[in-house]
Ligand binder design. Structure first.
Ligand code: SAM
Length: 277
């Protein structure tokens, strides 16, 4: 049996059996590997790091999207940086938004994801409300004059092309692109193995936002089975509204999520201090 080994952290690695390799090539920006695993289905790996699997990506995409969208409650204009697999885009389009702009650096990730992992985006890229820009997210945020209600940073980790998306300067540029009561969420890695990354994201966001809160999503194929996300906005309470409010806002989405519920939304912030700085 062949194995894919993800060796991200000192003295720890995780392995997934490779039943079939569907694709393995280097794009202009990164090494792309897509393989079949008997438990998780197709697996997308960028530069040796698991990005998503068919079996558990819904947990991550529901939690990076519905937490800020339902905390905001009336988002009409949304920006996604990264997310070339289309999973976050699909979840945003479940809301009554007017426009979603997805800014992805590597158009080969978009085309390969649609070819090998079509269920992840599930047609989101052809939704008339979706607009896709192929460019660096930092450059887009500097150049655009648009104002957004929610910004989602669905990027790779702070190494290689993703590095520029983890700076205080970038978060300040994002704050300037947010409308009042706007919310930003940043994927912040495996908290048990990358506590410094989580601390850095919280600290950098705190330079621009009054309310900064980490929350957790249990994703079996991320190292340690847990992913940290950090939400930031005008106040900490705004990120975790009362259950009654969330239930009312969630009603139109009832039956369209497999993991996210209003109760999970609130619990995800409660669990975070286990790792949060
Ligand atoms: N869900 C995954 C996770 O949390 O690990 C990330 C999904 S998505 C595949 C990550 C995307 O970020 C990649 O397609 C990558 O090309 C993109 N990306 C990395 N750096 C970027 C940048 N500076 N601007 C825009 N997109 C970027």
């Amino acid at each position: 049996m062949r194995w894919f080994q993800e060796k991200l952290y000192e003295h720890h690695k995780q392995a997934l059996s490779i039943d079939t390799v569907h694709y393995h090539w280097r794009t202009e920006f990164q090494d792309v590997l897509i393989f079949e695993n008997a438990t998780f289905g197709k697996v997308l790996v960028l530069d040796g790091i698991v990005q998503l699997t068919e079996r558990d990506n819904h947990i991550y995409h529901e939690m990076i999207v519905h937490v800020p969208m339902l905390a905001h409650g009336a988002a009409r204009n949304v920006l996604i940086i990264g997310g070339g697999d289309g999973g976050a885009l699909k979840e945003v389009l479940k809301h009554p938004v007017e426009r979603v702009t997805l800014v992805e650096l590597d158009d080969e990730v978009i085309s390969l994801s649609q070819l090998y992992l079509p269920n992840v985006s599930d047609g989101a890229f052809i939704d008339p409300r979706a607009s896709v820009q192929v460019m660096d997210g930092t450059r887009y945020v500097e150049q655009t004059r648009e104002k957004f209600d929610v910004i989602i940073i669905d990027s790779t980790d702070p190494l290689g092309p993703g590095e520029t998306l983890f700076t205080a300067a970038f978060y300040e540029a994002c704050r300037r692109r947010l409308r009042p009561s706007g919310i930003i969420v940043v994927q912040s890695g495996a908290p048990f193995f990358q506590p410094k990354e989580l601390e850095m994201v919280c600290r950098s966001l705190s330079e621009s936002f009054d309310g900064v809160r980490p929350y957790l999503a249990p994703v079996p194929t991320y190292a340690g089975g847990m992913l940290a996300l950090v939400a930031a906005g005008a106040s900490r309470d705004a990120l975790r509204p009362p259950c009654k409010v969330l239930r009312e806002r969630f009603r139109p989405l009832q039956g369209q999520t497999r993991y996210y519920t209003p109760e999970v939304h609130r619990a995800a912030f409660t669990l975070a201090p286990i790792f949060a700085p």
